[in-house]
Each structure stands twice: as C-alpha cells, then as structure tokens.
Design a protein around this ligand. Structure first.
Ligand code: DLL
Length: 417
C-alpha cells in the first residue's frame, strides 16, 4: 500500500469514529459525508470542516468523546485561564499509545533506561507531567515525579538523585539555571546532560542560554492537550526541526483556512490517526510553524515541523505592525548583553498603541554609568527596529526584577484591555 493510501486508511478510521458523534454527523452531513468510505482522497479530506477550540467549548465537557464514559480511564484539560477549559479523554489504549510515542521519541533524543529523569512539568489536568511520566516509565528510565516549583528542592534532589535528564518548560529551565548559580551547588556536582523542554515558544538564543548555563543538550518537545499532550513532535540530535509522530497528520493553513504548500509558514492543523476516546479531525492549533517532508539522518521518515515561533493569539498589533514576543526575544538575545528575562507591556498613549519592552540588565552593567546604560537601551531599541520595523520604548530593569516562571511564562501584559 502506498503512503497516501495508508494515510487515508488512518484518516477514515478517525472519520468513522467521529461519525458516531451527533455534532460531527451534522457538520459532515452538511457537505455530503455520511460515511467514512466517502473520504476517498486527500482532496475529499481537505473538504472536511476544521475543528476549533470553540467547537470543543460548545460540547463541554464530554460531547466530542467517541467512546462511552465506561471506556474512559483519564481526563486532562487545557491550561487556558479564561472561560471553560477544553476537556480531553483517554481510553486505556490511548494512554498506552501515548506512553509508547513519548518513549520512542525520548529514545531518539538519547534518553535511555539508565537515565534518571526529573519531571518538573506540572502534574494535574495539564498534560505535561503525566505525559512525560508515562513515556519515561515505558522507556524504563527512573522517574522523579517532582512536578513544577519548589526550586531549591529541585536542585537539591537533582544533585542527590543524580538526575541526568530534566523535563520542564524552557523558562523554568532558565530559572533553575539561575537558581543553581546562587544555590551553592556546583555544576560539577550534577550529572545533568539532557533537557526536554516545551509547552511554550522559545528561540534558538534561549536554547543557547539554557545549554550553556546548565551544561546540557536541550531538545524541543511539542504537543497540545487537544491532540494528546506532549509528544506530537520532538527534536532528534540532528536538531533539524521537530519530527512529527506518525500517529498525527499535519497540515499548514493560511489565516483564511486554505492549505499552504510545504515550506511556507502558517497555522498548524492536526488530525489524529489512531486515537480512540478523543479523536480530532483537522484541529486548528493556532500555532505558527512550517512543515517539511523527508528523511532525517536519525532515520525518521515523514513530517518535520520547525520550532513554533508563536501562537496566532499571541500576536500583538502595534500601529498596524504584527509583533510576536519571540521576535523581541530574538532581538534581546542577539545583542548578548542582556539577561534573557523580559516582559512586553502594551498600552495606549493618546490614540496610539505603544509597546514597552522591559528587559533585565546583568549584574555587571547594573553598576555601570548612566551613559553606558543609555547606550545599551539605544542599541536594543535599534535592534528591535531592525527586526520588527517599529519603534518601541525600552526600559532596562534591575536584575531579577521580572517575575520568574515555574510553568508557562507570561511574556505580555496588555494594559489596553
Ligand atoms: O503544553 C503540552 C505539552 C506539555 C507540550 C509539555 C510540551 C511539553 P497545552 O497546555 O494544551 O499542552 O498547550 C498547548 O502550548 O498549542 C502551543 O501554543 C504551546 N506549545 C506546546 N509545546 C510547544 C513548543 C501542552 N515546543 C500549546 N514550542 C500549544 C512552542 C509550544 N509552543
């Protein structure tokens, strides 16, 4: 069977399972699809309506489950802070498959059963902690289910347990690195060598900072609760993008929902090919990335996505220019003279939207003369102008004055709302 036929088989399996659900029956029926067999080609598939977070909300909490509750063994929910969360369910087989997917990916990143893995993603309704936990256990590694927070204890156990792999958000990894420098624990007392970081956008500059400060290799892991959780994609040691697991079919769409060709940046849309309890068809992730198809030196054949630069929702429009926090992060880190801690404050002055970039100076420049600080400020303003094409206000702030994150970092404060 060729690749397209194999893919269509997976797609039809998912279509068949969602056609038990009244909401999908109605929507698919409206375009003349009443049975999975009617999806004969990828063109047919691309006619299927997209699924959005709004669809999930409308069917809160269990309306889009394709299995009766007696077959569900676990629930998770999105980390969104506003309104009702989106709830996802798993059958026993879903949990097993998720563990297998994550285990296989971690293995490709170089994690083995000899490793001690400290899981500092949050446990709970968020999928990060449990998702990596089951994956690591499946691999046979030693799991330390410490969850997020309690930074001093994290560092103590990291040393005492001989942790070799750290799993957490990149912003928390940076905070741990900073706290290590002040903790009295020397880096060579630690055995740390690999970090599996995701759940929020981060730049190449941030990767360098974390790798240097913690003395490890950092890997980018991607996923979202609606499609399973962490493990939809993970980097391999070649670091040529994140390899998408074969149980997911990715598409890239433009802002109107039209398909974009390989190599063009747009919104990632995911279809699950083998999920039982909560299958998704053409789910709009709102994440911006670019897809490639091919064979990697690690042996992976299939789809690879570039790092997610931002969520569509994170875009701030300042005087008509689209700004993403990651672009500002790139500008800050490219100068090599600031700490990687920043905050974007959007406010209105008169009728105009203004952006203030707050960034921490490092300990040495904090004691510099005012003139030197002013020059630093001007350099950053210029660099942001080069990258974004707009003039922003730069405010240098004291070291350690921007709140640190133990989970997903907050990068933007919008005072217009
Ligand atoms: O963040 C799942 C996860 C946990 C992924 C641990 C990786 C590690 P949600 O809370 O549903 O699930 O949030 C999903 O987080 O749509 C992206 O916007 C963002 N995100 C996740 N991974 C990455 C990444 C988990 N590697 C949302 N790079 C997604 C950039 C990411 N953004």
């Amino acid at each position: 069977m060729d690749i397209e036929q194999q893919l269509l088989q997976g797609i039809r399996k998912t279509v068949k399972s969602v056609l038990h659900i009244p909401y999908y029956q109605e929507r698919f029926g409206a375009i003349g699809i009443n049975q999975a067999e009617e999806v004969r080609s990828l063109q047919d598939f691309q006619r299927l309506p997209l699924t959005t977070k709004e669809d999930l909300r409308k069917n809160y909490p269990f309306g889009l489950f394709a299995e009766p509750m007696e077959n569900i063994v676990r629930l998770h929910a999105s980390s969104g802070t506003t309104g009702k969360p989106t709830v996802v369910g798993y059958t026993r087989k879903d949990i097993e498959l998720w563990a297998k997917i994550v285990a296989g990916e971690l293995e490709r990143a170089g994690v083995t059963k000899q490793d001690v893995v400290q899981i500092a993603y949050g446990y709970g309704l968020f999928t990060g902690g449990m998702g990596l936990h089951y994956g690591c256990e499946e691999l046979g590694a030693v799991v330390v289910p410490i969850s997020g927070g309690n930074t001093a204890r994290q560092l103590m156990l990291m040393r005492d347990f001989g942790t070799t792999v750290l799993d957490c958000t990149p912003s928390y990894a940076l905070y741990l690195a900073e706290s290590l420098e002040e903790s009295g624990i020397a880096r060579d007392e630690l055995k740390l060598k690999i970090g599996i970081f995701g759940a929020e956008p981060w730049t190449e500059g941030m990767r360098e900072q974390i790798e240097v400060r913690l003395g490890i290799k950092a890997f980018d892991i991607y996923g979202l609760s609606e499609t399973m959780g962490p493990g939809v994609a993970l980097e391999c040691p070649a670091h040529q993008g994140l390899h998408i697991d074969e149980h997911f079919y990715p598409e890239i769409l433009d802002s109107e929902g039209n398909p974009l060709p390989v190599g063009v940046q747009g919104e990632l849309v995911i279809t699950s090919l083998d999920k039982e309890a909560f299958p998704v068809i053409r789910y709009r992730t709102k994440d911006l990335t670019t897809l490639h198809y091919g064979t990697c030196s690690c042996g992976h054949v299939g789809w690879t996505m570039e790092r997610v630069t931002a969520r569509v929702d994170d875009m701030i429009i300042i005087r008509g220019v689209n700004v993403f926090p990651s672009q500002v992060e790139e500008a800050i880190l490219s100068l090599g003279e600031f700490e990687p801690h920043y905050l974007l404050v959007v406010y209105r002055s008169g009728n105009l939207d203004q952006l203030e970039v707050q960034v921490e100076v490092n300990e040495t420049s904090f004691f510099d003369e005012v003139r030197e600080l002013e020059e630093q400020q001007e350099r950053l303003k210029q660099r942001i102008k080069e990258i974004l094409g707009i003039t922003v206000r730069v405010r240098l702030v004291e070291p350690k004055s921007i709140p640190r994150s133990e989970g997903k970092a907050i990068r933007v404060i919008d005072k217009r709302k």
